[in-house]
Write a protein that binds this ligand. Structure first.
Ligand SMILES: Nc1ncnc2c1ncn2[C@@H]1O[C@H](COP(=O)(O)OP(=O)(O)OP(=O)(O)O)[C@@H](O)[C@H]1O
Length: 695
């Protein structure tokens, strides 16, 4: 195809290198101007100035109508006052209340008559004065009188701050009224119980048109928190009469913000109803894996990029919501970097990932037990790769490797052989739930448990060594994804799930109470999910999480990207493994369950509670394949007192049992001790608890 042959060149940029990590000089006046409370915001910001000009023009155009309205209201108010005066209403009501109306009737009538006369005299006097003025000064006098009367009536009928006049029972749609009348916004905050009855908001930035919606920044009253507004976004959306997907509420952080400053944006219509956008990677000739990958757009149509290096990603959702599409987007950026090594395991066994076979170092698609065992093989391979990388990094000089972390230069240096290596596992619940037995260090585990352990180890240790883990699952429940694994996956993306518990499992505990619950997303909003970026990687600036609609990358675009990735690898000479046509190494597809060594994690071992740590170390030193170890042997070896030892071990979940042992003399005796499997179970539980506690 002709478009295959055409490769877009990188843009040629001309510029000057500026080290913006150094403190930048800023002119004092400029700094004062921008920070001062006395300088109006429209002098500081072009957008605000434009909006102020628009508001001014709108104000001028609307002013005759507003003036007319005020005069009419004034006329009504004056008429009401006069009626009450002329009928002596206050006197009459007081008499009614004290049940003396009959006694006072004559007085009231006399007073009414008198007030009518006064009214008549005033009207006649005013009319004759006006007439005389007209005769003396002509028509001008009439205009002056009418003008003075209008001004007086308009002043009487003007809307006073905080009293927007009489409210109709059915006020009609509230939508967007707040953009013109900030009092409506204050009322909405009060109705949503975000501010008290006597509290009000302070306008920081007036309502401005931004994209296809309106943005406004307000300060909450002292002690009220922006986090609560985010949490109760739905109530505020209801008070403003918009769908909650149209309302974006963010806390303003950093220098210009504080805990009570809220930036709101209200979309004119459902921001996800429009056609999805294609990924910009389609136009990129190549990509750098170290650059955050274009992932999607938020409701305000701002681009959201996802850093992948030095972190890992968990994608969770119910079926058909766009999980695979999201994971493929992350993969696309790495496919377009020829220095990246890819492992792709598609347990969905569909066609979605097939194109990755052209570029991947290891690739498989299937959901049989042999595929799970192949994955075990890959993971073991990656574990030893990570251990090897750390060993080699220790030997490198400080200039090449300043810390025990892969750098961009190191990842591209072929002599060092430490490329960014990403492993994508779609439908990761399939291997995690597999029950095929595998023997590890003489102990039998299910393949699922072992995959869980290996993935946890890789997610914890791998990122610094340039390993990126991307896992997608259809079943984000606590039984499928071990908590130890979840705790170490840095970035999370939750598309629609069944309930808030599943959402919390993907996004993290208590996220629903902080206003992030992906079970509330609409089924029709495919590809829309909540992204919780890695705190260290800072994908979304300072936000905790944000709603994103992923770019749309159908299969044909994905194939184009993979084809381009292959061409780039061919040109750089980095095509390896499966993509280069290498036959599957034995490790990849073992015929029978294989014995593989569990990775030893010194850091976790260090954190094991005593005396478990001492027991584990002793058993490792002895290194035999017994099923049972007598208590007497352990107490003698560790030099501890038997009773205390038994109590401590019980607390850690290891209870002693009686076991038949055959002695050297051939006689069988019953001894008390511990099953190795139980000790191992306690070790694993303590280790994963340690990870959770540390994170
Ligand atoms: N960003 C997007 N914009 C619009 N539609 C999308 C987007 N992402 C995914 N979709 C649509 O959602 C459908 C389901 O996507 P995908 O196959 O990724 O779902 P899945 O969650 O992986 O499903 P399963 O669990 O069945 O594997 C796709 O066919 C696609 O048309």
């Amino acid at each position: 195809m002709a478009d295959d042959a055409l490769v877009k060149a990188d843009p040629i940029l001309d510029g000057e290198l500026v080290d913006d990590t150094l403190p930048q000089p800023r002119k004092r006046f400029e700094s004062w101007w921008l920070r001062s409370r006395w300088v109006p915001t429209w002098f500081k910001d072009r957008n605000q100035a434009r909006q102020a000009a628009k508001d001014f023009v709108a104000g001028v155009v609307r002013s005759p109508f507003r003036c007319l309205g005020a005069v009419a209201r004034g006329l009504v108010a004056a008429a009401r006052w006069w009626r009450a005066w002329v009928t002596v209403r206050d006197f009459r009501e007081a008499a009614e209340q004290s049940e003396k109306l009959a006694d006072k009737f004559a007085d009231i009538r006399a007073l009414t008559l008198f007030r009518w006369k006064v009214t008549g005299a005033v009207v006649a006097g005013a009319a004759s004065v006006t007439l005389m003025a007209h005769l003396v000064y002509g028509i001008v006098a009439l205009w002056v009188v009418a003008g003075a009367l209008a001004v007086a009536l308009a002043a009487l009928g003007r809307r006073r701050e905080g009293s927007p006049g009489r409210k109709a029972v059915l006020a009609g749609p509230r939508t967007l009224r707040w953009t013109m009348d900030p009092q409506v916004l204050v009322d909405a905050f009060r109705d949503a119980k975000l501010v008290g009855k006597d509290e009000t908001l302070r306008l920081v930035e007036r309502a401005t048109r931004m994209g296809d919606g309106w943005a406004i920044t307000v300060d909450l009253p002292a002690t009220r928190k922006a986090a609560d507004v985010i949490k109760n976004r739905e109530a505020l959306a209801s008070a403003l009469a918009v769908d909650e997907v149209q309302l974006i509420v963010e806390r303003v952080r950093g220098n210009g913000g504080h805990a009570g400053r809220v930036a709101m944006w209200v979309a004119d219509e459902d921001p996800y109803a429009s056609a999805p956008r294609r990924t910009p990677l389609l136009d990129a000739a190549r990509w750098d894996a170290w650059r955050p990958v274009p992932f999607g757009r938020d409701a305000r149509d701002r681009r959201v990029d996802l850093p992948l290096v030095w972190t890992s990603l968990l994608v969770g959702a119910i079926p058909r919501q766009g999980k695979t599409f999201a994971a493929r987007l992350a993969a696309a950026g790495l496919v377009l970097d020829p220095f990246t090594r890819l492992y792709v395991a598609d347990f969905k066994a569909g066609k979605d990932w097939d194109a990755a076979g052209r570029v991947a170092h290891r690739f498989m698609s299937g959901d049989e037990p042999e595929h799970v065992l192949a994955l075990v093989g890959w993971l073991v391979e990656l574990v030893s790769e990570v251990q090897g990388r750390f060993r080699r990094m220790r030997e490198l000089d400080d200039e090449t490797c300043p810390e025990s972390k892969v750098t961009p230069a190191m990842s591209r240096d072929r002599a060092l052989d430490m490329p960014i290596t990403a492993i994508f596992v779609d439908e990761v619940q399939v291997p995690l739930e597999d029950r095929t037995p595998v023997k590890v260090e003489g102990k039998t585990l299910t393949a699922g448990e072992y995959v869980g352990e290996l993935l946890t180890w890789l997610a914890k240790k791998g990122p610094a060594a340039g390993i990126v883990l991307v896992l997608a699952t259809q079943r984000p429940d606590s039984k499928t994804i071990p908590s130890g694994l979840r705790a170490v996956l840095g970035s999370r993306f939750a598309l629609r799930v069944m309930d808030w518990r599943d959402s919390n499992i993907v996004l993290g505990e208590q996220m629903n109470t902080r206003g992030y619950d992906s079970s509330r997303l609409l089924a029709s909003h495919k590809g829309v999910g909540i992204l919780r970026p890695d705190g260290d990687a800072q994908a979304g600036g300072d936000v905790l999480a944000l709603t994103v609609r992923t770019y749309y990358m159908p299969n044909e675009d994905w194939q184009t990207i993979c084809r381009r990735g292959r061409e780039l690898r061919e040109a750089e000479g980095t095509l390896t493994g499966h993509a280069a046509g290498a036959s599957m190494p034995e490790l990849e597809m073992p015929a029978a369950p294989q014995i593989v060594a569990a990775p030893r994690d010194d850091a976790v071992q260090e954190r094991l509670p005593e005396p478990l740590r001492a027991v584990v170390e002793y058993l490792e030193d002895v290194a035999d394949d017994r099923e049972f170890v007598p208590t007497s042997e352990l107490t003698a070896a560790l030099g501890v007192e038997a009773k205390t030892f038994a109590a401590q071990m019980s607390e850690l979940g290891c209870r002693p049992t009686r076991y038949r042992l055959t002695g050297d003399d051939g006689r069988t005796r019953q001894v008390r001790g511990y099953l190795i499997a139980e000790i191992d179970q306690a070790r694993r539980e303590a280790a994963s608890f340690g990870v959770k506690g540390a994170s």
